[in-house]
Design a protein around this ligand. Structure first.
Ligand code: OGA
Ligand code: MN
Length: 203
């Protein structure tokens, strides 16, 4: 459905991932869809559907606010038109990444995330120690008119380079190799919304 937008961004995505292991795209989706997704995230938060996020997985999953302070809800197909459009766009991206890099990505998992003012996520890698399926991380931001002085940047630590701060501007999509790029979420003075997800390969 949003194929034209993805096509427009694809050369940059492929170039960036090949050369630096991460990529940032602006206006990745139509503004109306970004707005609908933001509304849906806020609606879910208001009715209490978001839960404090955990650290680790399976038996080792634990909520630790000193590590990360966001609340999340996983996306399932068929919950809303906006979410289904988002999932469709990410599935097109998954196929394009497979064609470009032969990654064997066969799955995408994604959740809404809401960081209340002052909350953060300490520096980490997205790939679990005991599960190496997460291959490409994708964070899509839902915050209209974000101001740099509101904080909340995604701080990335590319190898051999200075850390870089990427503000969570609505419409921006950040992609990176899950096993390679350390990153953290800095506290913000304003509520910070996103759709965070992972393209996974077979176990
Ligand atoms: C995560 C994460 C980054 C962001 O959820 O693992 O690092 O900018 N999120 O929200
Ligand atoms: Mn992360």
């Amino acid at each position: 459905m949003h194929n034209h937008l993805l096509q427009r961004h694809l050369p940059q995505i492929i170039d960036d991932l090949a050369n630096q292991g991460w990529s940032r795209l602006e206006d990745f989706l139509p503004q109306t869809l970004t707005h609908e997704l933001a509304e849906e995230c806020r609606k879910r938060a208001e009715k209490g559907a978001l839960s404090p996020a955990g650290v680790g997985r399976g038996q080792g999953l634990a909520v630790r606010e000193g590590v990360r302070g966001d609340s999340i809800q996983w996306l399932e197909p068929g919950q809303s038109t906006a979410c289904d459009q988002y999932l469709a766009a990410m599935d097109e991206l998954r196929q394009a990444l497979n064609q470009a890099f032969y990654l064997g990505l066969d799955d995408y998992e994604s959740h809404f995330a809401l960081y209340p003012p002052g909350s953060f996520y300490q520096k980490h890698l997205d790939r679990f120690r005991d599960d190496d399926r997460r291959t490409v991380s994708a964070v899509f931001y839902l915050n209209a008119n974000w101001q740099t002085d509101e904080g909340g940047a995604l701080r990335i630590y590319p190898a051999d380079l200075e850390p870089l701060d990427l503000p969570p501007q609505g419409g921006n999509l950040v992609l990176f190799m899950s096993a390679e790029l350390p990153h953290e979420v800095l506290p913000a003075s304003r509520e910070r919304l996103s759709l965070t997800g992972w393209f996974r390969r077979r176990a």
